[in-house]
Design a protein around this ligand. Structure first.
Ligand code: PLP
Length: 446
């Protein structure tokens, strides 16, 4: 069978390889709208838009056509040595047109991890250009997810991504995770908690020496760390600290970008003014791999200065600005406007939130966290004390399995959190159907 051939031949990402040898894969064969179908024809709502990415669902003909058109015209070219193609230029322009704040140039990569690896190199390169060779440390946060390449995984703040991979590398630090439910102190208001988070960041910068700290990186809403929405005012307080010590603000918009939080960017929703922004995933509705790093004019000028010293900017991927994914991404961004996707998210997000919040009364649910069309429930053994379940029970993973049986693909993240992040095209009826299946899954592990 295809399943046994999978077990014989494939190494799976983020999979218990030992269990996989016994249980085998779920093989997805086709997709349409918010649904995917396995090789037995069973239908599933893709409640996580694949991996938080297929914003237009599956089978969007406009995106398929854009790829085919570009394939016929020019199936590949690169951006090395001043070469360029129209889709890359138009996509860069479009990104800058919709970008938050003062971002002025675009560099293309193929994945969120590559984009964030590029961020690390650009931050170091920029500070060398400024004659600040000591200012190299990058501060991320516990529970952050920034990808899996060596530098991106180092910035990720989840221990399983470091354990036995000999990470993190030097110059990457982690500060506290702004999760009030878990880390707020007794009697502390959310606002006081946000202030404490900023104070802890300032103390870390002072301990390390401000002349050694280059950048702070954050997802507006943490995704894989459990869909953690920071308390109100958090980023304003954090950015005040960063400004004080000349530390760059990097927004990782790999999940939050392109409408997910109810605005085009998570930075808009959460009040971030980034000096650097990384994005990927929904940039092309995930139909082809593409990612981008947007930088401020100051940073770009630093890079130009380095070229005067070294010659070529010695960074870039064979597929940076590949014309086919760039054409698909451009069409994705056009469709977002033509179909008023941000307004659509704003219109349906209240129902998504209402159905999520209703789960707060479920006996297993300790906390519900929602922002726009992304959310999660945190399962707890004791609602009053917030005590977690014994991790060996794998309760969230079991709930997700039961949801899958019911015809919903959801995802267990960072312990006992179950996340939903459906295609943005989802309708109200489909949201209700999705939550009915979600509840069925939770009830199955009661
Ligand atoms: N940054 C964030 C916020 C992500 O959620 C992810 C992936 O989930 C990444 C970076 C890494 O992206 P990729 O898997 O495309 O390398």
């Amino acid at each position: 069978s295809l399943a046994s051939r999978d077990v014989k031949s494939l190494i799976h990402s983020y999979t218990n390889l030992s269990a996989h040898e016994k249980e085998g894969p779920l093989i997805i064969e086709t997709g349409k709208g918010i649904y995917v179908y396995d090789d037995n024809g069973k239908e599933y709502i893709e409640g996580l838009a694949g991996l938080w990415c297929t914003s237009f669902g599956f089978g969007e003909q406009e995106l398929i056509d854009a790829a085919i058109r570009q394939m016929h015209k020019l199936p590949y070219y690169h951006s090395f040595a001043s070469k360029s193609t129209e889709p890359g230029i138009l996509l860069a322009e479009k990104l800058l047109e919709i970008a938050p704040g003062n971002l002025s140039k675009v560099f293309f990569a193929n994945s969120g991890s590559e984009a964030n690896d590029t961020v690390v190199k650009l931050v170091w390169y920029y500070n060398n250009s400024r004659g600040l060779p000591k200012k190299k440390k990058i501060i991320s946060r516990q529970k952050a997810y920034h990808g899996v390449t060596v530098a991106a995984a180092s910035m990720t703040g989840l221990p399983p991504l470091h354990n036995d991979f000999d990470l993190p590398i030097q110059n990457i630090l982690h500060t506290s995770c702004p999760h009030y439910y878990r880390f707020g102190k007794d009697g502390e208001s959310e606002e006081d908690f946000a202030t404490r988070m900023a104070t802890e960041l300032e103390e870390l910068i002072l301990r390390e020496g401000p002349d050694t700290v280059a950048a702070f990186i954050a997802e507006p809403v943490m995704g894989a760390g459990g869909v953690i929405v920071p308390p109100k005012g958090y980023f304003q307080k954090i950015q005040a600290v960063l400004k004080k010590y000349d530390v760059l603000m990097v927004a990782d918009e790999v999940i939050c970008g392109f409408g997910r939080t109810g605005n085009m960017w998570g930075s808009e929703t959460l009040g971030i003014q980034p000096d650097i922004l990384s994005c990927a995933k929904a940039l092309s509705s995930a139909y082809l791999p593409i990612a981008a790093v947007l930088v401020s004019e100051d940073i770009f000028r630093g890079m130009v200065k380095q070229s005067e010293k070294h010659g070529a900017f010695a960074h870039g991927y064979t597929y940076s600005g590949h014309p086919v994914p760039a054409a698909v991404a451009l069409r994705t961004l056009e469709l977002m406007e033509e179909r008023n996707m941000v307004e659509h998210v704003q219109a349906i997000a209240p129902l998504f939130e209402k159905r999520f919040q209703a789960l707060a009364d479920h006996p297993l649910v300790g906390e519900v966290r929602v922002c726009g069309l992304v959310g999660a429930v945190e399962l707890v053994a004791d609602k009053a004390t917030r005590q977690s379940f014994d991790p060996s029970l794998g309760l969230a993973a079991n709930a997700v399995k039961a949801m899958q049986d019911a015809g919903l693909i959801a995802r267990a993240v960072a312990g006992d959190n179950v996340a939903l992040c459906p295609p943005l095209i989802i309708t109200e009826d489909q949201i209700n159907d999705m939550f009915d299946k979600f509840e069925q899954g939770l009830n199955a592990v009661l």
